[in-house]
Design a protein around this ligand. Sequence first.
Ligand code: SAM
Length: 228
Amino acid sequence: MDTLASAPTVKATILDPWYNRGIGGERDDYNEWLAEVVHAACHVSEHVFLWGFPEILAYQIPAIPKGFRLLAWLTWYYKNCPSVVGGWRSAQNTCLHLAVDDVAVYPEHFLNQEQLERWKSGKMRFIPGPTSVIETPLNIGFVGKREQTGHPAQKPLAVIELLVLMATRPGNTVLDPMCGSGTTGEACRRLQRHTILCDSSPDYLDITCKRLYARRSQVDDTYGSQLE
Ligand SMILES: C[S@@+](CC[C@H](N)C(=O)[O-])C[C@H]1O[C@@H](n2cnc3c(N)ncnc32)[C@H](O)[C@@H]1O
């Protein structure tokens, strides 16, 4: 909350909080707490992407801040998760794409050169953007081995890159106040966007710094001392 309160205005914020179970523990006021975080993020961003399991995010729909709307309900679908919840094998995560009215989105960022030329010359009647169901496997076992950092809830780069491409242009800034292993940072670096990252865990910040080849002295002073 401190990071969100002191953050500059950014184009997009990615919120990928822990899921009120397992790592991070449980809190009774999780829904209210998350709504407060979303409000704070909406205060500094034009786009807010909120990750979680559908049964958690359903509670956030009525709490969408004034001036923002649900632009898209995205589903990340993965077939390779071994965990079973209530008899069903877990295979989906939700991402709510919240945005201010009339905000710019960039489906053209997903076009190849030929499609881009057709679109620019007005010959394309609609832009075929990416689908709202994103099918990408979890990075576990041998899948995504080179990407894995050891963080227990790391999102695949391919999933986060879609969000960054849809909502931002090169040079824009993306904030991720619960950055975990720094996937947002890596996506932004690859796509030439700026990024502001933080996490409450010094260990995970350490993973992020190593991943982004950041020198510890370049990390914000608030967290730098914890990393030493
Ligand atoms: C689901 S993980 C994020 C994973 C990340 N998107 C990635 O791809 O690596 C959630 C993160 O939130 C962090 N976290 C939990 N509570 C926090 C808080 N109050 N402030 C900042 N970070 C927090 C945890 O340490 C954890 O790394």
